[in-house]
Design a protein around this ligand. Sequence first.
Ligand SMILES: Nc1ncnc2c1ncn2[C@@H]1O[C@H](COP(=O)(O)OP(=O)(O)OP(=O)(O)O)[C@@H](O)[C@H]1O
Ligand SMILES: [Mg+2]
Length: 369
Amino acid sequence: MSLIEVRHLRKEYEGATPLKDVNATIDEGEVISIIGPSGTGKSTFIRCLNRLETPTSGEIWVDGVDMCAPDVDLPEMRQKMGMVFQNYALFNHKLVVENLMMAPMDLLGMSKQDAYDQALDLLKKVGLKDKALSWPSELSGGQRQRVAIARGLAMKPKILLFDEPTSALDPQMVSEVLSVITDLAEQGLTMLVVTHEMRFARDASSRVFYMDQGELWESGTPKQIFENPQRQETRDFIFRVRSWNWEIRNVDYDYYAMVSSLQAFCARQFLGRHISLACELVIEEVTDSLLIQAAERHGIADPRIAYELSIGEGGEQANLRVDLRELVASGVSGDEIESHADDVTKQVLGGTISQQSMDESGMLRLVIG
Ligand SMILES: Nc1ncnc2c1ncn2[C@@H]1O[C@H](COP(=O)(O)OP(=O)(O)OP(=O)(O)O)[C@@H](O)[C@H]1O
Ligand SMILES: [Mg+2]
């Protein structure tokens, strides 16, 4: 028997059925990333596994124990199967080290000294040994989440469940938390991680579950799911999360909103600094120095310039599609746009773009990097 077996799991609420029929088996040591659109039952699935929710029907077996049996020892099973939430939920009136000592002393009967020694070991493991005597409020969000992970580990679980452990964090803190989770994966802990971080799903998991419409729609190795998804929904989802889209509908567009959205996208994809900056530079330069000026020369107030940036395999190159059909239909030509480029623009674009082409309708394709 596998470590976790789920058969025909169904969860109904009045007016919603987040889980219709989920079947899955998970072996010891596996790291499963669960991805999928919002509202498709990912959190419900995780919460059913450790019985924070009671399934409507179906079976869940964990380490040979029937989780739905009336006499199941839930505290014991939850010790075996820790959970880390999106919002760390530390006790703010306790020191960091105390946060890690309470459950082992109360629930595992550990002595104070042993619990203290273990807490320091775990803090060391997540890179926070020097914060043992800090208050949670003195830590950054990423540090608090690492404490929450250490606290989960303090109960010596066989399985750790994570529900979007990084989605409340700023981009720069995401990677410190993910690298702690990646380290745990290398030590053989079994983990299920609901995540929007595709780079993590691709690089750190042994299998990826794609959930949609209350079902486990597709599962496979990261390579299968990201490079060769079998179902159209999976393909669409992967493409959507791996591309950035933005439309400019007014020559007085919101430059800062565009750039910050682009930066957030690049951070989520874990793009290298070099390629992120190149994308930003190209999009800024093309928009401000070329396209908006062309629109203004022709008196076009709503130029409908649409960008679609997608990341090539390996993250070293990016493909940018620019929809200029509205401009072209209004009489702007590619040659005219290019002829107005000044030396700075030419230099910036020359140094960052490796290929370019435009078709007659006005779809411009650029390869950055
Ligand atoms: N306690 C509840 N009562 C009623 N409906 C609920 C309850 N919990 C979840 N749902 C519904 O179940 C569906 C799935 O919710 P769930 O939180 O599992 O989705 P999710 O995949 O985790 O989404 P997200 O990516 O946004 O976190 C949603 O339509 C939600 O409204
Ligand atoms: Mg959720």
